[in-house]
Structure formats: C-alpha cells, structure tokens
Design a protein around this ligand. Sequence first.
Ligand code: FAD
Ligand code: 2HG
Ligand code: ZN
Length: 474
Amino acid sequence: MNSPLRHPIAPELLARFAKIVGDKYAVTDQAALEPQLIEGRGLYHGRTPMMLRPGNVNEVAAILKLATETGTPLVPQGGNTGLVGGQIPHDGEIIVSTTRLDKIREVDATSNTMTVESGVVLAKIQEAAAAADRLFPLSLGAEGSCTIGGNLSTNAGGTSAVAYGITRDLVIGLEVALPDGRIWNGLSKLKKDNTGYDLKNLFVGAEGTLGIITAATLKLFPRPRAVETAFAGIPSPRAALGLLNLARERAGGSVTSFELISRGVLDMALRHAHGVRDPLANVHPWYVLMELSSQSREGLRATLEDVLSSAAERSFVTDATIAASLDQAKAFWHLRFMLTESQKPEGGSIKHDISVPVAAVADFIADATKVCEAMVPGCRVVPFGHLGDGNIHFNVSQPIGADTAGFLAGWGAMNAEVDKVVMKYHGSFSAEHGIGKLKRETLKKVKDPVALEMMRAFKRTLDPKNILNPGKML
Ligand code: FAD
Ligand code: 2HG
Ligand code: ZN
C-alpha cells in the first residue's frame, strides 16, 4: 500500500493549475500518467496527481508563480530518459512537461546558431541543422526521445564531446522561467558578451532545481564532408589509450568519437538487441568505436587506415574494420547505442557513471574491477563509454542466476567502494548523468563544502520556497 503523500495537493488548487494550460493539457488520468512515473532503469516509480503540458513560456511562468504563491512542488520533465531519477515526482509533486514547447524558432546558418524551444527532441534538432547544411553535434543513445531542455538541464555529454564538448559548450543563450514567475530572456547569438555573470551556466546542469528552461540558442558547426567510422578489436584499455593518442597525433581534431566497449557488454548486445551483429570475425576482450570527421572530402579514409595500421604495428589494435557504407557505420552506432538496453535482460546492474583523467582510465578499470569482483564473486564487470573524455560507464551485472534483489541491495556498498577508486584517481562519481535522487547523498559527502554552500545559496535565492524539484540534487 502507498504511504500518505508528503505533498497532498487540494483539488481546488489542482483546478487552478489546470486552468492555466486548459483541461485538455492537464492530465490526471492515472493510466495516461503511468509512463511518466517510471524511469528507464526501473529504479523509481513516482506518483503525481497531475501533469501539466504548457504550450508557451507564459504558461510555464504562470504555473511557477502559482506554485511559489501556494508552496506547491513541481518536477520539470522532458523526454523522461534521465538516468538519476531527477525527472520523477517521487512524492506527489505536479509534473510540468515541456513536450508541447516543441518549436524550432530559427535556424541562422550565417551566425551558426539555432534557437529552439526546450521540448524539441534532440534528433529533430540534429535534422534541422543538417537541413541547413550544418551540424549540431550532441549525440546520445536516447536522442530519439530526449529533449534539448533535458540535455541542457543534465549537461549531457554523449559520444561527440571528445571533439565538440558537452552540452554546456554548445549553448549560447537561454530563456528561463523562474520560480517566482519572472521570465529571464537570455537568448543571444553573441559569442562575445562580457556584461556580468554567466547566468546561463547556472541553469545548465541544474537538473530543474533553479528554473524551467523554455528555449535555448545553440551553436551550429560546419557539416563534415567526410566521416569515417572504424570498429577495432583491442587487447586492453591501456592499448585503447595508445590508439587514442596515436589517432590524435595523426588526425588531430578530426577524432570526433572515441568509445570503449568491453566484450562482456558487447555480448549482451549480441544476445538481446535486435539487428546487432559482431563487426569482427574473432572475439576480442575490448573494442574501440572510433569516428573521424573532416571538412575535406578527400584523404580521411587514408588517414584512418594509417592510424589503424600504425596502431596494429604497436599492438594497440588486433583487428579492425572500417565501415564501407553509411549503413555499416549506422550498424556500428546501433550496436553502441543498444548497450544500455541490453544490460536489462541480464538482471540487476549496478551503475557507476564516472570520470577520471584520461591517462588514468586503464588503471581505474583494473582497480575497480578487482574491488567489485572481491565484493561479489561472479559479478560481471562490463565497462564501456566515452574513453576520449575519461568517462566510463563502469557497470556491473549480477552473477548469472543470482537473486536480483539481493544483488541490487548492495548498490550503495559497491558504489562506495568504486567511488574510493574514483577518488584515488581524482575523478568524479557523476560524469554526465547528474545527481538527481540517485546520487544526492554522495554529493553531500564528497562535494567541496564551500561549493555546496554556494549551491544552496543560489537555490535559496532563486527558489526560496523550494518548489522546483525538491529532494533532487541538494
Ligand atoms: P528528463 O529525463 O525528462 O529530465 C532530466 C532532468 O532534467 C530532470 O532533473 C528534469 O527535472 C530536468 N529537466 C528536463 N527538462 C527541463 C527543462 N526544460 N528545464 C529545467 N529542467 C528540466 N546522458 C549523457 O550525458 N550521455 C549519454 O551518452 C547518454 N546516453 C543515454 C542513453 C540512453 C539509452 C538513455 C536512456 C539515457 C542516456 N543519457 C545520456 C541520459 C541523459 O541524461 C538523458 O538522455 C537526457 O539528457 C535527458 O533528457 P530528457 O529530455 O529525457 O530529460
Ligand atoms: C551511454 O553512454 C549512456 O550510452 C548510458 O550514458 C550509460 O547505460 C549506461 O550506464
Ligand atoms: Zn554515456
């Protein structure tokens, strides 16, 4: 039986919120709400009396104003693909969904900017950029359903950060509705604008705790004229670091993705993901999915071949294949993007979204593997991720046949031990997924106390009634 809600909201108040968006966009039917209450990993199942779907920034601002006046808690939600429970109403909060804020307001190919509303799905942004012969480089497995507002609010990383940076690096301006109902119009196309504090960076990565992002001006890049994609079998993470350095020496900024994949997680994709085939004939303990991009139509294939043959001479690479067609390149990426989903049928999976300095990745993986295998004999350590950024998804699946609940009960204990290894290498316990509900206690323990106090001060200033995403991050 459900425990009583900490935030029961009176029916008359719900009606006042519904009036702002109109009854059609104030969803109360519990069956319709159900998909918005569960996050992808099945770790959390929330509860809400209502989901509001505002259609413009003024409606968002009016919702926030009423929430502050009445002390009503709200949870912003975009595509509901976040991996730390930040978008889930855990205790009866109202969901504010951004999915109707779905307009691309402008593509300015000369200024290399695009202004979009926050509910636009990432894949649509990529498509709109390509239609203007430009590139919006942010790319991740959830791109078909996550929204740019969610990407900004989690400061998502993804598979192109090695060359283009994280979401924070891809935004120039923001429009944000504040908890008191004011609208900050910080939309701007200016690269240079030294007129005070960089406020937009306060909202990027704030996970919906300071304001609701309603629109953003994003950076566009030239669309590459040549893209080459290789899938390489490699002996070890250390060899992958050798390959990364070699690729950068020979191809410089053309290295636009560099993803490490363990055989264990590749096997899971082969077992469970539709349409995934092993790109190489033989089995290798590790793999690298590497992409090079260039503005020049000629010569990129030769550069990639040179990198791979030099890497083979140095024993960094055992075998490799270069995509012969766009479809083959897409197949490599399909394999990569199915890794998250493919861990689920294997039972319990304890996650660590960590980063360490790139040079320390191999040592981190070796040490953390020993730690986990000693804690849970038979567990399957299946790391993968964005090696070029030092960001590894150090995920651990339960021993075959083990009791899932029993294994998952050790989540906190395993996180704590792995985090000690992360700290040994001066890394981060949350590289790209954020804090949300999942990592809130760890944040309190490990974040610099002065930084935590500044964070709390910003929160108090902007959201004194703590109506926005209470119980998340701080
Ligand atoms: P939601 O899940 O709806 O929300 C995420 C957080 O942002 C919540 O705290 C929410 O309250 C807040 N929020 C959402 N919209 C707004 C807004 N407009 N204003 C204020 N707050 C808001 N992440 C990476 O960094 N790199 C990856 O490679 C990556 N790959 C993924 C692959 C898969 C298969 C999946 C399921 C997830 C992956 N993620 C990855 C997680 C990533 O955080 C999300 O996919 C994405 O950034 C969240 O967008 P969303 O629209 O789904 O946000
Ligand atoms: C990715 O890089 C995501 O695919 C998800 O960040 C990682 O499944 C995960 O833990
Ligand atoms: Zn990732």
